[in-house]
Design a protein around this ligand. Structure first.
Ligand SMILES: [Zn+2]
Length: 105
């Protein structure tokens, strides 16, 4: 997935859900235009978000794979009974947590 694809998906859902939240979206941006200032901004935001989303998903996958490989033997202190690996939240404790929103500078 690229920023453009995520931006378009976001736009479609945003327009579809707006009435349920009593929100009227802007007439000028009802149709997604990737070449408009608004479209370019949306794509740029999504392009910055995507690496963090991917990294976060990878961490979750790695963690779940670990427990799958070790028979889901996880005790109450979030420690793998098989190898003693610690987990912080849903993330293996030896990995840095991905922050949202992404702040890179
Ligand atoms: Zn383990």
């Amino acid at each position: 997935m690229e920023g453009k694809e995520l931006a378009l998906s976001f736009h479609i859902l945003y327009e579809r859900l707006a009435p349920e939240y009593d929100y009227k979206t802007q007439k000028a941006t009802k149709k997604f235009d990737e070449n408009s200032a608004n479209g370019k901004l949306m794509i740029a935001v999504c392009n910055e978000l995507l690496p963090n989303l991917r990294a976060r998903i990878k961490q979750l996958e790695d963690t779940f794979k670990h427990y799958h490989d070790h028979g889901s033997k996880r005790d109450r202190t979030d420690t793998c009974k098989e190898c003693g690996l610690k987990v912080k939240g849903n993330i293996m404790a030896n990995k840095e947590e991905i922050k949202f929103p992404p702040i890179n500078n």
